[in-house]
Each structure stands twice: as structure tokens, then as C-alpha cells.
Design a protein around this ligand. Structure first.
Ligand code: HOZ
Length: 427
């Protein structure tokens, strides 16, 4: 496999784009080597600038639930683009999108569209603060809620991948109000709540964490957080940027049976276009401007092209609930295959999976929080990643990310992936 064109493009990119990429994780810095520049993708496969084909386990970090270039989405975008790509004025489609989200997601009485998951989380936090009149909030080590200042404390994803302890540019004043606790540790949340009685506006969590590899909430954990929020008048925010419409039509709330007060969405609801949204209970949402004074705005919010792409994908998911079983079955087959190979190779490993989110940590202990993810043999992951890539399997280029499965993945793709993993173990 030659990747000369990607190498040339990376050289060129670095002259005009910081680090040659527009989002840090994709630079391959932690796994080493040159990032591959993609040209096109269809179904389960991506094709790089040199024409190499890869089985894709990133799926644009989640949104490609139905595979790349899903035809109804592409056609809907084409038709809509003929009617203008942006108005900066309301459209009927935005109402239809809001109604569709409400009909699928529990506890969403009202929803506001934005343009990214970062914006959604930033706005939901502001709303929780405005609603409660409190400043502090709790987030969890290794969870990533986008790159707004307040969230860049002990964050996952690229912040963990590059081991950035303190993000320059984020002021101490801002970080002071961000309290952190280890994932899956209810006692430490109780301690923070006691120490900051009446001061905590929100607890925000990835209900299934996807930014330190995949980490599953332990039995009773989310229920315990819900009870703390009810008792203390704290707004419980589910960051469903990855889990929303992926784990079930109603996201993690439905799949795990936990109610959130506010929910944030991102890339998934744009079917691959730049979108986000936050929604929740009317009592809280009515504080958003222009109904209330918690200000939040955006010219491209509710953009018609993004709306039609997201609407078409979500409607497909709503009308075909069998998709979720298909995703689960495919991911389970992959899980079993990887388990077989890794166990026979006698390599300490943990495979965490829920629904169509899965990841491998090379660890000899259960991986239930960020400390355990960081203690894993991530140098081995990097070797594993490169061997898989050389064999045409595109995994996330970091041990601190989740793999996402699409319906386009076939049985033979899974077989090929498992065979590649067997070889990769020897790398
Ligand atoms: N933060 C994203 C995944 N958790 C990575 C985004 C990207 O590099 O495209």
C-alpha cells in the first residue's frame, strides 16, 4: 500500500494549516506516522488520496450510522441546495426537525438547533447556570464536551491524547467553577456536592463515555447521579453527542432508562453535516432567549442543508427500529471475533461495548474510568492501530476514542477486521 499522495498533501497542509489538520486527533501525532487524506467514502469504506480502501470504524466519529454517502441523505441535500443554502430566517423544516427530535428523544419538550456539539454543550451549561442562578458544575475526568473553555479541565479526546494538563488560554477564573470527579465514582460526587452545597448548577456526563475509549456506566451509577440532582436542585445534562440516536432512537436516555433534564446533541443529528442541538424540559428551556434572557444565537443555526440531511437520517432511524438490532448484532459479532483473537494471543485486554460503540484497551484490569484507560498499554494500541491501517482497517488514531459501527458494515468486513487484528497482535 503506498500513501505518497497523503504524504505530499500533509507536507503542503502544514504550510497553511496549524499541524496540517483542522482538528488535532486526526493528525496521528499520538500513534505516529502521516495522517491519511481522504477523497471519498461509500457505505462502510473510505478511500484515501492514493486510492487505498479502508473499512471505516470512525464513521465521522459517529454520525454515519447508515454508512457513508447514504443515498436518500445525499439526494435530499442536493434538492434542498437548489432552494438556497442559508436564509438566516426561520423555515418550516426547522419545526419538522424539532418535532421529529421530540418524538424520538425522551424528556425533550423544546429544542434549539446550533452548529456543533461544542456549541450545544456550552449553551446547555449557560442555560443551567441561568436557570439555577449558580456558577459551578461537575464534569467527569476523561469526558469531553467540546472545546468551550469551561469544559477543558481533565478532558478526554484530544486533550487526553496529547496529555495536555492545563490548556493555555483557559483562565484560572473560568476553570475554578469546573469541578471534576472520576467516572463511575458516586462517592466523589457526593463529596463535591457536600463541599459546594447550593452552588452547583449542573452535572454534565457522557452517559456512555466515548472520549477515553468506550467506558460503560456501572449499574446504579447514573441512577445515583439522577438522585443527587433531584435532591440538590441540580440540572442533569446528558451529553448525547455520540450516543444520541445511536444507542437507540431515544439515545442513552431510552437505552439506559434514565431521565435527563437537558440533553445535548451534535454531529449525529446532521447526518454528517455540521450541526448540534440542545433540548430538554420546558421549565428550563423557556429561559432561553428570546423567551427568556439566557442569550444564545447563531446565523447558521437551523441551516436548511444541515436540517434536511439530519431530518432524513433521523426519520430513517425512527421508521426502521430494526436498525438498532442490526447495529447491535454486527457490533457483537465484531466483539466476539476480537475477543477470540485477543484471548488466544494471551494479550491483556479489555473490550468495552454498548450497542454500536466499542473499543479495545490493552489493559489487565477493568477499564471503568480515565485512570484505568490511561494506565493501559497505549504503546501497544499504537502498534495495533498501524498494523490494522496497513491491512486496510481504519480505527480511531488514539486509544482515547471509541470505534463506531454502521449498518453498512458487512459480515465479510467484520471477518476481515478480525483476521487483521490477529496479525496486528504480533506487530
Ligand atoms: N473530538 C473528536 C472525537 N472525539 C475528533 C474530531 C475530529 O478530529 O474530527
Amino acid at each position: 500500500m503506498t500513501t505518497n499522495k497523503s504524504k505530499e498533501l500533509f507536507e503542503r497542509a502544514q504550510r497553511s494549516i496549524p499541524g496540517g489538520v483542522n482538528s488535532p486527533v486526526r493528525a496521528f501525532r499520538s500513534v505516529g506516522g502521516t495522517p491519511l487524506f481522504m477523497e471519498r467514502a461509500k457505505g462502510a469504506y473510505m478511500y484515501d488520496a492514493d486510492g487505498n480502501q479502508y473499512i471505516d470504524y470512525i464513521n465521522s466519529w459517529g454520525p454515519m450510522i447508515l454508512g457513508h454517502a447514504y443515498e436518500p441523505v445525499v439526494k435530499a441535500i442536493q434538492a434542498k441546495a437548489m432552494l438556497s443554502t442559508s436564509f438566516g430566517a426561520p423555515t418550516e423544516l426547522e419545526i419538522e426537525m424539532a418535532e421529529l427530535i421530540k418524538s424520538m428523544a425522551p424528556n425533550v419538550d423544546m429544542v434549539r438547533m446550533v452548529s456543533s456539539g461544542t456549541e450545544a454543550c456550552m449553551s446547555a451549561l449557560r442555560l443551567a447556570r441561568g436557570y439555577t442562578g449558580r456558577n459551578k458544575f461537575i464534569k467527569f475526568e476523561g469526558c469531553y464536551h467540546g472545546h468551550a473553555d469551561a469544559f477543558l479541565v481533565k478532558a478526554g479526546s484530544g486533550v487526553a491524547t496529547f496529555n495536555i494538563q492545563t490548556v493555555p488560554g483557559v483562565t484560572a477564573g473560568v476553570s475554578m467553577d469546573t469541578l471534576t470527579a472520576p467516572y463511575n465514582d458516586l462517592a466523589s460526587v457526593e463529596k463535591l456536592v457536600t463541599e459546594n452545597k447550593g452552588e452547583i448548577a449542573a452535572i454534565i456526563i457522557e452517559p456512555v463515555a466515548g472520549n477515553m475509549g468506550c467506558i460503560i456506566p456501572q449499574a446504579g451509577y447514573l441512577e445515583g447521579l439522577r438522585a443527587i440532582c433531584d435532591r440538590e436542585g441540580i440540572v442533569f445534562i446528558f451529553d448525547e453527542v455520540m450516543t444520541g440516536f445511536r444507542l437507540a432512537a431515544g439515545g442513552a436516555q431510552e437505552r439506559l432508562g434514565i431521565n435527563a433534564d437537558l440533553v445535548t446533541y451534535g454531529k449525529v443529528i446532521g447526518g454528517g453535516l455540521p450541526v448540534g442541538a440542545f433540548g430538554g424540559k420546558k421549565e428550563i428551556m423557556q429561559h432561553i432567549s428570546p423567551l427568556g434572557n439566557v442569550y444564545q444565537a447563531g446565523t447558521l443555526s437551523g441551516n436548511p442543508i444541515a436540517m434536511i440531511a439530519g431530518y432524513t437520517m433521523l426519520k430513517t432511524l425512527k421508521d426502521n427500529p430494526g436498525i438498532y438490532k442490526e447495529l447491535d448484532d454486527k457490533t457483537e459479532t465484531l466483539h466476539k471475533g476480537l475477543k477470540g483473537v485477543l484471548s488466544s494471543g494471551d494479550v491483556p485486554h479489555v473490550i468495552n461495548r454498548l450497542g454500536s460503540m466499542i473499543s479495545v484497551h490493552f489493559s489487565d484490569k477493568p477499564v471503568t474510568d480515565f485512570a484505568a484507560a490511561a494506565a493501559a498499554d497505549n504503546a501497544r494500541f499504537n502498534r495495533f492501530f498501524h498494523s490494522m491501517l496497513d491491512q486496510g482497517v481504519y480505527l480511531p488514531p488514539s486509544a482515547y476514542e471509541t470505534w463506531f459501527i454502521s449498518t453498512a458494515l458487512s459480515a465479510s468486513d467484520i471477518e476481515q477486521t478480525v483476521a487483521a487484528a490477529e496479525k496486528a497482535l504480533r506487530a
